[in-house]
Design a protein around this ligand. Structure first.
Ligand code: SDX
Length: 441
């Protein structure tokens, strides 16, 4: 058995190594089996043995780490959190229990769940001085700009949980991040609409508390609709973690420099903002509004296929899923439930989305490239029906994904073999040349 780099995970080395011959020299490279999914070829000694780097700019064939947390089978359209299928967790579990599972590796018993829920609940408030940060932003500033700023600023307030070498401080920082993100996101929303901040309540569950902080006002009692709360809880579960996606890889790379956890999560928030990643739910809903009616769909399908047109169908395609994103299936069902509740089950936007999905899934261009709807295709419709502006969609995604970022960061930091991430390059610039005085140029 070969222990890769973590103190607790074992990966079995295959008997037959890979062999590579380059410049007439043949080297043997160890191959390790995964517990499920692709094996890996260990190239850590490749440069020393051959003077060559590997080359994989988009990391399409590169495993940057070993992890026990989340597994995706892109061909089957399967997503497992610590081995449990996402559809079972979305139907039978709840977000805070999923947080416990992602952080500690096993489902909690009753006492463990009560203790975890109590620890999170008692960290939902922000330091009162942090309200000043919001007032430094323009009211029309994008909530993700506020999230990046305020999350990074947490390290200026919680010095007692920034020492990453102390397991106790790592644990406190993890709980604080999970607990405070809904408050930070809700206050970004309140600030953007000029309403007073609403403080978290300890008698509400995680999702209900978030809805309460977003939609209640001091003038009247606000009752959280249980269907809305369940929909929000399910959305958070679906977005909690997703292997080594761009923002999670950003958090790991930031963490590899021993940066404090708040700074690492702020880096993840910044990366998630991109429309090719977590910003796709906002872009997808904006696209559906731009399409407007089903008869406009063929024009947009043609644009998506046109290599000279930068337009892409937002909410379609995925680096890993070459089948239907299992989260999109659950999200589609949630969309129907929420739209029925708000009485717009026949909303034009949902009709455009369903017609667009139908046409795209029959079009050879999308079929050949295995471009299916991803989690972002329906999430915008649900969040819009719940009353959120499109600008809040990615902030909600970030709130959900924080537990995944934290779990992956903890796994990396507690790995005794972890080193600073420092990729190399294929240099294509000028070779050595001497400086020339301006008179001679
Ligand atoms: C998320 O990684 C994760 O796990 C991310 C995520 C998570 O939970 O963390 O799942 C969340 O980010 C979901 C993805 C959200 N993004 C979008 O919906 C934006 C639209 N999708 C594309 O930008 C694209 O599909 C990506 C970015 C998601 C994936 O890009 P890849 O893997 O680099 O694929 P590619 O760009 O190489 O595309 C392969 C082919 C190309 O055509 P050809 O050059 O082969 O002719 O498919 C085409 C692309 O042009 N293509 C699309 C398309 N996506 C890919 N064509 C039209 N519309 C699209 N959406």
């Amino acid at each position: 058995m070969c222990n890769l780099t973590k103190g607790y995970a074992m990966s079995e080395q295959k008997n037959d190594p890979a062999t590579l011959t380059v410049d007439g020299k043949t080297v043997e490279l160890p191959v390790y089996n995964a517990s499920v999914g692709p094996s890996v070829i260990d190239v850590r000694k490749l440069y020393a043995q051959t003077g060559h780097f590997t080359y994989d700019p988009g990391f399409t064939s590169t495993a940057a780490c070993d992890s026990d947390i989340t597994y995706i089978d892109g061909d089957k359209g399967e997503l497992l959190y610590r081995g449990y299928p996402i559809d079972q967790l979305a139907d039978d579990s709840h977000f805070l229990e999923v947080c416990y599972l992602l952080l500690y590796g096993e489902l909690p018993d009753k006492a463990q769940m009560e203790d975890f829920e109590s620890r999170v609940t008692n960290h939902t408030m922000l330091h009162e001085q942090m309200t000043n940060f919001y007032r430094g932003f323009r009211r029309d500033g994008h909530p993700m700009a506020i999230m990046v700023g305020v999350v990074g600023a947490l390290s200026a307030f919680y010095h007692d949980s920034t020492d990453i070498t102390d397991p106790q401080q790592r644990e406190i920082a993890s709980i604080r991040m999970i607990a405070k993100m809904p408050t930070i996101a809700a206050w970004a929303y309140k600030y953007s609409i000029g309403q007073p901040f609403v403080y978290p309540r300890n008698d509400l569950d995680y999702a209900s508390n978030f809805l309460h902080m977003c939609f209640s006002v001091p003038c009247e009692e606000y009752k959280v609709d249980p269907i809305m709360a369940q929909a929000m809880d399910r959305i958070m579960t679906l977005h909690a973690d997703h292997e080594q996606n761009a923002s999670t890889s950003t958090v790991r790379l930031a963490g590899s420099s021993d940066a404090n956890p708040f700074a690492c999560i702020a880096a993840g928030v910044a990366c998630l903002w991109g429309p090719a990643h977590g910003g796709a739910n906002e872009a997808a809903l904006n696209m559906l509004h731009e399409i407007g009616t089903p008869d406009q769909i063929p024009e947009y399908i043609a644009r998506a296929k046109d290599k000279d047109d930068p337009f892409r169908l937002m909410g379609f395609g995925h680096r890993v899923y070459k089948n239907y994103d299992p989260r999109a299936k659950v999200m589609q069902q949630t969309a129907k439930e929420v739209l029925e509740l708000v009485g717009v089950e026949n909303s034009p936007i949902l009709q455009v989305a369903q017609e667009l999905e139908k046409i795209a899934l029959e079009d050879p261009y999308f079929v050949e490239r295995k471009l299916y709807p991803n989690v972002d295709f329906y999430s915008g419709i649900v969040l819009s029906a719940m009353g959120f502006p499109t600008s809040m969609f990615t902030a909600i995604f970030a709130t959900s994904r924080t537990v995944g970022w934290i779990a992956q960061w903890k796994e990396m930091i507690s790995d005794p073999g972890q080193r600073i991430g420092r990729p190399r390059q294929l240099y294509t610039g000028a070779s050595h040349r001497d400086y020339m005085a301006v008179e001679k140029r």
